[in-house]
Design a protein around this ligand. Structure first.
Ligand code: PEP
Ligand code: MG
Length: 323
C-alpha cells in the first residue's frame, strides 16, 4: 500500500466529500525541491533560507541567493514557492554574524527580531527574493512575528526595497504575496489583528509547541511536553485558523505535526486550507486525505480539542470509527 500511496501522490488530494487540501513541501534547497516534486508536492510551502547562511564565512550575496531561488523556481515550474526570510538565532547559530551568547536563545535575538536590527542583511535577502519574483511564482514569509509592530516594520522594509528596485528599473512582482509564520503564542492571541494586514498565515507547530508549553524543544528532559498534539497547542491552531478565515486569508501549517500521518484528520478538521510537510511524508499524507470526509475530520478535531492530554488525542485518532 506504500507503493500505491506513492503512485497516487501525483494526483490532487481530495476528501471523500470533495474538499481539496493542497499539499506542499518544506525544503532547504534545490536538491530538496527535486525530491519534493517526485514525491507529489504541489509547490513549496516553506523554504528555510537560513541553510544558505550556515557553514560558511560570510553571508550569501544577493546574486548567490538569487541563483538559488531561481534554481528552485525552475524545478517547480509554475508551482508556488514560499520563501521564508532567514530565521537565524535560537538553535541555528552563525559564527560570522557574531551573535552574542544568550541564556535563552529561543527567547532571544532570532528570526524577524534579528532582521529588523540588521536591516542590511535583511534587505539583501529581500532584494534577491523580489528579483526572483519577476519570473517565479514566489511569496515571501516572515518568521517569529510576535507583534503587529514587527510585521508593519518588516513590510515597510519590503516596500523600501521595492521602491529601490523600481527606481533602478529592476523587474520584480509588485503584487508579491506576503505572509507570516504563526509560531509565537502572542501571534495567536492577536491573530485577528495580524490577519487583515497579510495575505496568508502558516502555522509553525515546532516553535509554537515549545512556546505554548514553556518547554525547550532541544532539552530531552522536557522535550516530550512540547507535543503538538496536546490540546493546548491544537486550540491555538484552531484560533489562528478562525482568525485567518474571518479575515478571508488562507492558512497553512508547516510544522512537523503535518508530517505525522496520524495528525492529518485533525489538521483537515481544524480547517487548514493546505499543509506543508517533509517531502518523504507527502505520499502518505495525500493518501490519508483521500480516505476521510471533511465532516468526519471536523468531528475528530472537535473531539481532540476536548481531550486532556496528547496521549488521549493519539488514542482518539487510533480508535476513531470511520464510516
Ligand atoms: C516551526 O517552528 O514549526 C517551523 C516550521 O519552523 P522551524 O522548524 O524552521 O523553526
Ligand atoms: Mg519555527
Amino acid at each position: 500500500s506504500e507503493q500505491r500511496a506513492f503512485r497516487n501522490a501525483h494526483k490532487n488530494a481530495i476528501t471523500t466529500d470533495g474538499r481539496r487540501i493542497v499539499v506542499y513541501a518544506n525544503i532547504g534547497g534545490v536538491a530538496d525541491a527535486k525530491v519534493a516534486i517526485s514525491m507529489g508536492a504541489e509547490g513549496v510551502g516553506l523554504l528555510r533560507t537560513e541553510f544558505l547562511y550556515l557553514e560558511r564565512k560570510t553571508p550569501p550575496s544577493e546574486e548567490e541567493q538569487l541563483k538559488v531561488y531561481q534554481g528552485i523556481t525552475q524545478v517547480l515550474e509554475s508551482r508556488p514557492l514560499i520563501i521564508r526570510t532567514f530565521d537565524i538565532g535560537g538553535d541555528k547559530p552563525v559564527p560570522y554574524l557574531n551573535l552574542p551568547s544568550e541564556n535563552n536563545p529561543f527567547l532571544g535575538w532570532r528570526g524577524i527580531r534579528f532582521c529588523l536590527d540588521r536591516t542590511e542583511l535583511f534587505k539583501t535577502q529581500l532584494r534577491a527574493i523580489l528579483r526572483a519574483s519577476a519570473e517565479g511564482n514566489i511569496k515571501v514569509m516572515f518568521p517569529m512575528i510576535a507583534t503587529v509592530g514587527e510585521l508593519k516594520a518588516a513590510k515597510a522594509i519590503l516596500l523600501e526595497v521595492q521602491q529601490e528596485l523600481q527606481q533602478k528599473e529592476i523587474p520584480f512582482n509588485d503584487k508579491i504575496k506576503v505572509g507570516i509564520m504563526i509560531e509565537v503564542p502572542s501571534a495567536v492571541a492577536i491573530a485577528d489583528q495580524l490577519a487583515p494586514i497579510v495575505d496568508f498565515f502558516s502555522i509553525g507547530t515546532n516553535d509554537l509547541s515549545q512556546y505554548v508549553m514553556a518547554c525547550d524543544r532541544t532539552n530531552p528532559q522536557v522535550a516530550s511536553l512540547a507535543d503538538a498534539l496536546h490540546p493546548a497547542v491544537l486550540r491555538m491552531v484552531q484560533q489562528a485558523v478562525k482568525a485567518a478565515h474571518k479575515a478571508g486569508i488562507a492558512v497553512s501549517l508547516c510544522g512537523e505535526l503535518g508530517s505525522d500521518p496520524i495528525a492529518t484528520p485533525i489538521l483537515i478538521g481544524l480547517g487548514l486550507d493546505d499543509v506543508s510537510l517533509n517531502p518523504q511524508a507527502i505520499p502518505r499524507c495525500k493518501k490519508a486525505i483521500t480516505q476521510l470526509s471533511f465532516i468526519e475530520a471536523e468531528t475528530i478535531a472537535s473531539e481532540a480539542l476536548k481531550q486532556e492530554s496528547a496521549a488521549k488525542v493519539r488514542e482518539l485518532l487510533r480508535t476513531f470509527k470511520y464510516s
